[in-house]
Write a protein that binds this ligand. Structure first.
Ligand SMILES: [Fe+2]
Ligand SMILES: [Fe+2]
Length: 241
């Protein structure tokens, strides 16, 4: 967590995540240890559940980018920054899909929660189906951006909006039901161990702090699209009674 966001080697590591991410499950340092090598567990700065939730924060910022871009496509398509939309889709694919979904949720969190039964368990199949649908949509967006022309605009706008609608409730239910269930299953000591293991996974994946890298990239995307000023999102006052 101490490396600097400006380090060019970290940028390069992040840029290749799409390739590296495919082999994540094979290279997790925490999973490869034998029982004869007790791992030292330092008190983590960020718990595993907080880690997952702040990753959702980055992904939610990309949902805002998607919704705003859908509005641009429909109302002033000539101002659309298609390449920047492609960057947003690629960030979702690397940080959201390859890392957060595949390497953390699907590899570690979901199997335990599913096995335990109950309300959280009943959500898992749908959450995985939504990961898969999200991959289809982000692949579509990324491919469309790479052509350099928007093409038929309405399907792109509809895909952006439907993705944002799906992922908003998806992340909210993970935050409030699934991660809570996982935390309760683990207890304090095991949660600390998983927090350290998630840190290992993050470092193995990104060769540094993946969260900082993603944060830097989403901020750059917002800047490019004129979405950096929080005040622009303040709702107007309601009509007078
Ligand atoms: Fe998920
Ligand atoms: Fe998630």
């Amino acid at each position: 967590m101490s490396s600097t966001p400006q380090d060019p080697s970290r940028r390069a590591a992040f840029a290749v995540l799409g390739v590296a991410g495919a082999g994540l499950a094979l290279t997790l340092p925490g999973c490869a240890r034998s029982q004869k090598e007790p791992r030292r567990v330092d008190p983590p700065d960020v718990s595993a559940t907080e880690d997952l939730m702040r990753e959702h924060g980055v992904l939610r910022r990309l949902l805002v980018v998607y919704r705003e871009t859908a509005g641009v496509i429909r109302t002033r398509p000539k101002t659309l920054e298609l390449a920047v939309l492609g960057q947003a889709a690629d960030l979702f694919r690397t940080f959201g899909e390859a890392y957060h979904e595949k390497s953390l949720e699907e590899a570690h969190v979901f199997p335990m929660v599913k096995k335990a039964g109950g309300r959280a368990s009943s959500l898992i199949d749908t959450l995985i189906a939504q990961h898969d649908r999200g991959r289809q949509i982000n692949d579509f967006l990324s491919a469309r951006a790479k052509t350099g022309t928007l093409g038929d605009a309405e399907p792109v706008a509809a895909a952006l909006e439907s993705f944002a609608r799906m992922y908003e409730i998806h992340a909210a239910l993970e935050d409030t039901v699934v991660f809570e269930a996982w935390k309760a299953l683990l207890g304090k000591k095991a949660l600390d161990e998983w927090s350290a293991r998630f840190e290992d996974i993050e470092r193995a994946t990104f060769k540094g702090d993946g969260f900082d890298l993603a944060l830097e990239q989403v901020a750059a995307i917002e800047q490019s699209l004129g979405l950096s000023d929080l005040a622009q999102f303040t709702a107007p006052p309601p009509p007078a009674a």
